[in-house]
Design a protein. Sequence first.
Length: 235
Amino acid sequence: MKKVFTLKYIISFFTAIIFFPLFSQQENDSTITKSTYGLKIGMDLSKQIRMLTEPDYKGLVLMGDYRLMDKLFVAFELGTEDKLIENEVLNFETKGSFIKIGVNYNVYKNLNDLENEIYVGLRLGTSNFDHKLSSFKIYNTDQYWNQNEIVKSEEFLNLNSTWFELIFGFNAEVFNNTYMGISLRLKRLLDQNEPPNFSNLYIPGFNKVLENNNIGVGITYSLQFRIPIHKKKKT
């Protein structure tokens, strides 16, 4: 009887030695914090807000990003804009589409399973657009003569421009796989082709163009939904 008890004890001892590392490994795996890799797709809500406050504006921008590494995302934006500018000097309309591609780098270290982002980003943007000039006024420096309004409908087609953006932004996971964010953008116009005797006063994707100044600014409010693909250990 004593031999049977001793044999059972030996078997139990070696069984524990064999299977304990497996149980320990499973426990360690369950405590490892992982990042979710996937595709985020959404839209820029600032365009819809602008349409409510500016009756002469129409715009739609789709945006998204894909996680390449724990901190690095490749990002894209696609959009169209239609802007009518009418003042005491000019009456013209600009229509066009644009695309932006670049990267975001998350500088924020999340705790536990949080997936928030505070990031810096870069974008290269390009736009194709048309201008339609309806009328304009010529100012005469001779005070005895009134300004002459010239009504002349003219179209300038197939214009394009290229610019660079430096971005500071924030994305918060408000619900599971649902993000809301805001970004501030500093833009630098790199290249543009202008129509004869007219300037590109507005460029879709870039916004207003100031005379003798290639710098612009912008802001976005985003709502995005993430499609999870796989998970990796956080670095």
